[in-house]
Design a protein around this ligand. Structure first.
Ligand SMILES: Nc1ncnc2c1ncn2[C@@H]1O[C@H](COP(=O)(O)OP(=O)(O)OP(=O)(O)O)[C@@H](O)[C@H]1O
Length: 469
């Protein structure tokens, strides 16, 4: 059932939709555009109403029509309510909604919505918005060691959605490392080359809120049907589903249905699937069907390339020494790096001063001090790796060499002492180790401090490096 303007009655444009969910979707994303167009064409008195036509599977197979005004505020009930007003107490209604004039729209043949997982094939998906930000592309997603696997898997999925073994594709990593950018780039790429495919980007938080709202409005069936229309479902921040059993159950069914139908599913999470506490095992096991790829903090060269790319994109001109200074100073995450760059440009234009190294140091003193002052896990790992003379990346690797194990355990110990990260999160920063490994490391280091004098001396020296921050 396409969404079509079915009727123009006096100054009222009535748009027909197949479910309350579609009504809400239009309201949320298009209402301003629609209102503008209506005011332009029909003048200031022009109004918009929705006509929801749903087949409830009743004996006569009669479609039911529920008209909704554009505003969600309760409107005064109309004097001569039509039989459709009966819906006010039915499953599709909500007390805040104005039920009026079913006869206003001629009822077309309705879609049968009896099976909650039977998508309506007649809905014209061209009318649906993908919720993608077009500025997130593969072209401006800089590749580095930190993201190589995830990026190339993403590109493979984008070129052949639903047909690679990367289904689902799960991208995980810490804050501001480019998860959303990457998965949206996948969506944008697919959309550009497959105009017939309906790509939908949704955060797990929004998915949850929509689901709760559908429960409240007794329209769970509509909710499910909508999601079953999707060809490529991109669910961001899946960890948000933790502990939300009903939402998980709904997602489980949607996942199964889409997967079986060869539709592509892409997800992001701030931690590896095995650490997603509060998610059902059956869901977690499905997440592992495809490919799980992580994003790490970018190294110096990648940070340089990211800054240069951003400069080119935004037409910013900054001397190379300043770019290098920024890339050296801000090693936490990409969002932080971008923030520092923007702040520098803003200060330069406010003070009408050319950007040079002196100016950059001066202008960013507070910000960079703040970033540097943070004793974060990156800094702790770097300091411990240097102190014990082991390569930094081995702290995150599997190796059990004695000197690496010591450096790793000490770094975990200080991460526990100096940061607010949970044991799980600390483990995640050390190559995805679990929380019991972190507990064991902290205990081992504590025991050695008590029993080994020279080790205790090393810890005291290291602690000074962190205390000075
Ligand atoms: N490899 C990259 N190349 C270019 N820009 C990047 C890269 N990685 C991240 N960015 C940029 O960094 C910013 C933060 O990225 P994004 O929002 O995708 O991170 P995230 O991991 O989803 O963060 P969060 O954990 O807060 O959800 C965005 O502006 C994004 O464009």
């Amino acid at each position: 059932m396409p969404i079509v303007p079915v009727h123009l009655q006096n100054n009222v444009l009535i748009i027909q939709v197949p479910s309350t969910y579609f009504y809400e979707f239009l309201e949320e994303h298009y209402v301003e555009e629609l209102k503008r167009a209506i005011h332009q064409e029909l003048g200031p008195d022009g109004r918009l109403e929705y006509s929801i036509v749903v087949d409830q599977g009743n004996s006569q197979n009669q479609p039911r029509t529920l008209n909704l005004p554009t505003t969600r505020k309760a409107a005064a009930p109309v004097a001569q309510a039509t039989p459709a007003a009966a819906l006010a107490t039915g499953p599709m209604s909500s007390s805040a909604r104005h039920v009026a004039g079913a006869a206003a729209a001629p009822a077309p043949s309705a879609t049968t919505l009896r099976n909650p997982f039977e998508a309506s094939k007649a809905i014209d998906r061209n009318y649906l918005h993908s919720q993608l930000n077009g500025s997130y592309t593969f072209e401006n997603y800089i590749e580095g060691d930190c993201n190589r696997l995830a990026r190339s898997a993403g590109l493979a999925v984008a070129n052949k959605p639903g047909t690679t073994s990367f289904n689902p594709l799960m991208v995980y990593g810490g804050v501001g490392l480019g998860k959303t950018h990457l998965v949206q780039a996948i969506g944008n790429h697919i959309k550009a080359s497959n105009s017939d495919k309906f790509v939908l980007y949704v955060s797990a938080e929004k998915f949850t809120n929509q689901f709760i709202e559908s429960l409240r409005a007794n329209a769970v069936q509509d909710f499910a049907n909508f999601y079953l229309l999707v060809d490529i479902l991109i669910l961001d921040d899946v960890q948000f589903l933790s502990g939300k059993d009903k939402t998980q159950e709904m997602f489980f069914h949607i996942f199964n249905h889409l997967h079986q139908a060869g539709k592509q599913i892409v997800m992001t999470s701030d931690r590896p699937p095995r650490d997603l506490v509060g998610l059902e095992d059956r869901l977690l096991s499905r997440f592992k069907w495809g490919l799980t790829a992580d994003l790490q903090s970018p190294d110096f060269e990648t940070r340089m390339a990211i800054i240069q790319n951003k400069m080119q994109q935004d037409g910013i001109d900054i001397p190379p020494q300043v770019v290098e200074y920024l890339a050296h100073s801000v090693n936490t995450n990409v969002r932080e790096l971008e923030g520092v760059l923007i702040s520098l440009v803003a200060q330069s234009s406010l003070n009408r001063r050319e950007i040079d190294l002196e100016m950059a140091k001066q202008a960013l003193r507070h910000i960079i001090e703040e970033v540097e002052a943070e004793v974060n896990i990156d800094f702790i790992q770097k300091t411990c790796a240097e102190y014990f003379s082991v390569p930094l990346d081995l702290l995150k690797a599997k190796t059990r060499k004695k000197e690496v194990v010591t450096a790793r355990q000490v770094a975990m110990y200080f991460a526990k002492e100096h940061t607010s990260h949970s044991l799980k999160s600390i483990g995640h920063h050390f190559g995805g180790r679990d929380h019991s490994t972190v507990i064991h490391s902290v205990q081992t280091v504590s025991d050695l401090i008590d029993s080994d004098k020279s080790f205790r001396g090393q810890i005291v020296e290291l602690r000074k490096k962190f205390a000075g921050k």
